[in-house]
Design a binder for this molecule. Structure first.
Ligand code: C2E
Ligand code: MG
Length: 583
């Protein structure tokens, strides 16, 4: 701003101030007035000055204002610029923030995607882990189940039974109760297995297991010990009568035929019962004694139950000793054959012989088959024994024939087990080949019950034997429960009337039965041999009814090979005894 120095000036009194309307006088008064005028002029000047100054000031102010305005303008411009810059900056920021946001959005969506993926993986991994845990749990449970159960029947096995028995004994001890243990064995199961194969055998075991389980309470246990042996555990019973009642129920349930495929199979049970604490104070003793009782049930004809008695243990020991003795007898050739003549009832001539087994004990005593045959069958030793008998009988017969003795046939008893075993036909062929005996000299004696076990295989084996030229006889005819239809279809050569009927000829029913069997044999063109003839009256009856052959003490007891050769010699009168190779 421009600044002006304003100083007071003396203005002439006669001259009015330029431009002003006041007039000044020179008297005192005028002087006064002049002074006053001067003052007024001065004041006026001053005022003019002031006005000038004010104008200047105003000018200055205006220029200042102008300046200010331009400055403001500038400022406004600057502000505008600043604003636009700010706007730009804001735009930029917005853009940056947009970019940022987008980047962030992109990043966050990527993050989310990754997170989602990670979550999904985690879920999958968790599910997989769960599945694996479940599978591992299942596998563990299955393994435990398998370790404690029988695979075939699904029943508890020996291990689980032993565990439950020991727990039952502990509880019974605490509560003052009894525990019953029943040892069960399927009768003649081995024959079914041997004849129909293991597949059918397995199905029969499963069917038997179901029947047993259906007879007991939930708290009782049926277990499979292996093979055809089962054990039933009845915890906390009051008296033996409770166990006896269940045993009867089991036997009855088992008696119904089992339908296995096309087969209708009948199987019975032998049961041994032992109690805690009466018969044994611990697991082993109770189990052992139930087993001993079961063996006793077998010996008593099977299809029954026996309650343990202390005497049974002694019998069991005897059985075990016999089994060992039979094994040694086979190894050391301590078996011998006796020969009982078969005679033509009309002429009295020897038509052949039946080979009968004896076991020579170390004291030279000969033991008859009824003392050891069931043990030989149960243990399976019968297979080797029968093979030995077949070989020895064929060898001996060929030896007699070689010596010129005439013998129609040699009859050999063959167990059902041997007859139904796979090797039977091969054994027969090998024996005939090795001994050189012509097949028609050999007659196989089979029991009715043995022939009825597996009709399909029996038919095939019988026909194979026939083709070979071997003769076939049904032993103890009339005592089994034969299906006559089957019997008629089998290629049977000989019916042997059981000695019980022959010996009952003097009684009420014997006569009728013997007559019927002879008639049947004639109808089917089968030779009929009456066994166990002891009296003249029996012989006379048989002769009158045209029975072809007979065997029994009336004609002669079973004798050693040498004695039989002498008998043959007497009958035929051919070679000299010295020529015979008598063993
Ligand atoms: P089985 O085949 O019926 O043999 C006849 C049995 O009756 C023989 O008994 C014989 O000695 C006996 N016997 C013969 N005549 C008379 C008689 O007039 N009265 C009486 N009371 N008995 C007579 P054994 O030798 O004790 O044989 C018994 C059973 O053992 C045989 O009965 C047969 O089933 C079986 N057996 C014998 N030897 C063998 C063999 O080598 N293998 C097989 N698997 N079983 C055999
Ligand atoms: Mg016989």
């Amino acid at each position: 701003m421009r600044k002006k120095n304003v100083t007071p000036r003396h203005i002439a009194p006669d001259k009015p101030a330029e431009g002003k309307d006041e007039v000044l006088s020179v008297t005192p008064e005028a002087e006064n007035t002049l002074a006053e005028r001067e003052t007024a002029v001065f004041t006026h000047e001053q005022a003019v000055l002031s006005r000038e100054e004010a104008a200047t000031l105003r000018e200055d102010g205006a220029s200042l204002r102008e300046e200010g305005a331009s400055q403001r303008e500038e400022g406004a411009k600057k502000r505008e610029d600043g604003a636009s810059q700010r706007e730009e900056a804001a735009d930029l920021r917005e853009k940056v923030s947009d970019v940022d946001t987008k980047a962030r959005d992109k990043q966050s969506s990527r993050k989310q995607a990754l997170l989602r993926e990670a979550n999904e993986n985690l879920v999958v991994a968790t599910i997989r882990a769960q599945v694996m845990t479940d599978a591992a749990d299942l596998a563990t449970a299955q393994m435990t189940h398998m370790a404690e159960h029988d695979i075939l029947t699904g029943l508890p096995n020996r291990m689980l039974l032993t565990d439950r028995l020991s727990q039952a004994i502990m509880l019974a001890r605490r509560h003052g109760k009894k525990v019953a243990l029943m040892y069960l064995d399927l009768d003649h199961f081995k024959n079914i297995n041997d004849s129909l194969g293991h597949g059918v055998g397995d199905l029969l075991l499963q069917s038997a297991a179901n029947r047993l389980q259906a007879c007991i309470r939930h708290s009782d246990t049926v277990s499979r010990q292996g093979g055809d042996e089962f054990v039933v555990l009845l915890p906390e019973i009051e008296e033996v009568q409770g166990a006896v009642h269940i045993a009867e129920k089991l036997i009855q349930a088992m008696a119904e035929p089992h339908l296995i495929g096309e087969h209708q199979l009948n199987v019975s049970l032998s049961i041994g019962i032992s109690l805690y604490p009466d018969d044994g104070k611990n697991v082993d003793a109770v189990l052992r004694n139930a087993d001993a009782a079961m063996f006793h049930a077998k010996k008593n004809g099977r299809n029954n139950y026996q309650v343990f008695t202390t005497a049974m243990n002694a019998r069991r020991a005897t059985r075990q000793a016999i089994e060992r003795g039979l094994q040694q007898a086979l190894a050391r050739e301590r078996f011998v054959l006796l020969y009982q003549p078969k005679v033509n009832i009309d002429t009295g001539t020897i038509t052949g012989a039946e080979a009968l087994l004896r076991w020579r004990r170390s004291n030279h005593r000969l033991v008859r088959p009824n003392q050891f045959m069931s043990i030989a069958e149960d243990s399976g030793l019968i297979l080797q024994i029968d093979k030995w008998v077949l070989y020895e009988a064929c060898r001996q017969t060929q030896s007699w024939l070689d010596a010129g003795l005439e013998i129609g046939q040699i009859a050999v008893n063959v167990s059902a087990r041997k007859f139904l075993c796979k090797e039977f036909l091969a054994d027969i062929r090998a024996i005939l080949r090795e001994t050189g005996l012509e097949p028609h000299y050999l007659e196989i004696e089979l029991t009715e019950s043995g022939l009825m076990q597996d009709t399909q295989q029996t038919t095939a084996t019988l026909h194979a034997l026939k083709e070979l030229g071997v003769q076939i006889a049904i032993d103890n005819f009339g005592t089994g429960y034969s299906c006559l239809n089957n019997l008629c279809n089998y290629p049977i050569d000989t019916l042997k009337i059981d000695q019980s009927f022959v010996q009952d000829i003097d009684g009420d029913t014997g006569e009728a039965i013997v007559r019927a069997i002879i008639a049947m044999g004639m109808t089917f063109r089968q030779r009929v041999v009456a066994e166990g003839i002891e009296t003249q009256r029996q012989l006379a009856f048989l002769q009158s009814h045209r029975c072809a052959e007979g065997q029994g003490y009336y004609f002669g007891r079973p004798v050693a090979a040498g004695k039989f050769a002498a008998l043959l010699l007497e009958t035929t009168g051919k070679p000299q005894a010295s020529e015979l190779s008598i063993s």
